[in-house]
Design a protein around this ligand. Structure first.
Ligand code: SAM
Ligand code: ZN
Length: 423
């Protein structure tokens, strides 16, 4: 989704985000990315490396997030997808764990839960990801105000939220579901889904975004101008949301354990996106549903010949996708896929009264050619594609199986099934 209101990268200040509260002696420890040690790799754009070298970090003040225990069973090791065991419980709060250590049952690596946020970040992050993470951290480096005040324009504006949030939520239908949310940011969707009665495992690589989200959970005030008509949960959402710091392209959860997945982040490369789609398909049950959105290579961009890849004013890399490209990348992992543009950008519309603006934009989104002005491609993916399990019989045809059994009995041979076995 567009983030046009972000700051220029010259202002970014980065500080190491070390989450361990003490030495972890017996086990290997998941490496923590230290931006101070980042010197840029060969492929780095020089502006990125320089901006990162010159920066230092501010972190948001500690917040009251807690990691609800029932989400622990869903977590997996970022390296080998091994189950994580609760190795030490250092501090517990009213609804979950505040400080704890988790250990991978396969490779023994240890991860921390600090201030209620499970840190499953893995090495290596690409330089582009390190750069975006630092910018997102800087955008959320101060505590949020009690009330969310939308900017006048841009992707968090009232119009933008009213045009895109209802489409995502109506495709997702998260009520009473267990949802995996990738790239949750400061919780615009997370909190709405929790208010609808969902349990959400919210993942992002920006620690400050997660802290900001964590600090909002108790009050239950979602950072958006969009409000639900009916809330299905108490205002305190701490028991419904678990926060995880991880890289979406190196992230695993317990297989087939989620009903829904949501991602509003188009990762920077095809390899990263394919890894994320694969993880999401594995995370979902057979009846699961994944809703995602990416930036559209919309009609305006195509007519004006604007670039497919560019950077926001913040410096964050962004790519615009055609329907065909989303199809090519998502369809290997889901056998049912529907893609449509939303949030059309109409010229001069901001000069009209806001309810006119909204009505005309909604009308354009439903009109054949005009809908291709939509700045976002929203997709809904179902029927995750599975690797066939070795040796598991399929249903087949009852008639064919009966004929085969009769034929084998005439030959005096055993059929594939016992005589009393139902076919
Ligand atoms: C466009 S923002 C969307 C935030 C939120 N979902 C919303 O709609 O308000 C994308 C989010 O994805 C996160 N992100 C980007 N790449 C990521 C990665 N590789 N792993 C984890 N999070 C990532 C960013 O930190 C950012 O918070
Ligand atoms: Zn492991």
């Amino acid at each position: 989704m567009p983030c046009t209101t972000a700051r220029a990268h010259g202002n970014v200040r980065i500080t190491p985000t070390v989450l361990h509260s003490g030495p972890l002696r017996s086990a290997r420890v998941a490496p923590q990315m230290d931006p101070r040690s980042f010197r840029g790799r060969k492929e780095d754009k020089s502006t990125i490396s320089v901006a990162m070298r010159e920066s230092s970090v501010q972190q948001v003040a500690l917040v009251s997030a807690e990691f609800p225990r029932h989400f622990l069973a869903l977590l997996r090791c970022s390296y080998d997808a091994g189950p994580l065991i609760l190795a030490a419980e250092l501090q517990r709060g009213a609804v979950g764990l505040v400080q704890a250590r988790l250990r991978c049952a396969v490779c023994d690596i240890e991860y921390g839960i600090e201030d209620g946020i499970a840190n499953l970040i893995s090495d290596p992050l690409t330089s582009e990801d390190q750069y975006e993470m630092a910018i997102r951290d800087s955008q959320h480096s101060s505590l949020p105000p009690d009330r969310f005040v939308p900017p006048a324009s841009g992707w968090r504006s009232k119009l933008s939220d009213l045009l895109e949030i209802p489409h995502h939520l109506s495709e997702l239908q998260p009520k009473a579901c267990t949802v995996l949310e990738i790239g949750c940011g400061d919780g615009r969707f997370t909190m709405l889904m929790a208010q609808m009665g969902a349990s959400v495992l919210a993942v992002d690589f920006s620690l400050n975004s997660l802290r900001t989200l964590g600090s909002r959970l108790q009050s239950g005030i979602a950072p958006t101008a969009y409000h639900l008509r009916h809330l299905c949960s108490p205002s305190d959402l701490r028991g419904r949301v678990a926060l995880v710091r991880a890289d979406a392209s190196h992230f695993h959860v317990a297989p087939r354990s989620f009903d829904r997945a949501l991602s509003t982040t188009p990762l920077d490369s095809r390899e990263e996106r394919l890894a994320m789609y694969r993880s999401i398909a594995e995370a979902l049950g057979d009846d699961g549903r994944y809703v995602g959105s990416v930036e559209n290579d919309d009609l305006t961009r195509r007519l004006l010949g604007l670039p497919l890849a560019r950077r926001y004013s913040s410096g964050i890399f962004i790519e615009h996708f055609s329907v065909a490209k989303v199809w090519r990348e998502v369809s290997p992992f889901f056998s049912k896929l529907r893609i449509r543009p939303i949030r059309p950008r109409l010229p001069f519309i901001h000069r009209l009264p806001s309810n006119w603006e909204l009505c005309l934009s909604r009308l354009a989104a439903a009109t054949p050619v005009l809908r291709h002005l939509g700045e976002i491609l929203l997709f809904r993916a179902e029927r995750p594609v599975r690797q066939p399990t070795e040796g598991i019989h399929r249903r087949g045809s009852k008639l064919a199986k009966r004929l085969f059994r009769w034929y084998m009995s005439k030959l005096g041979k055993d059929s594939l099934w016992e005589n009393n076995e139902p076919i």
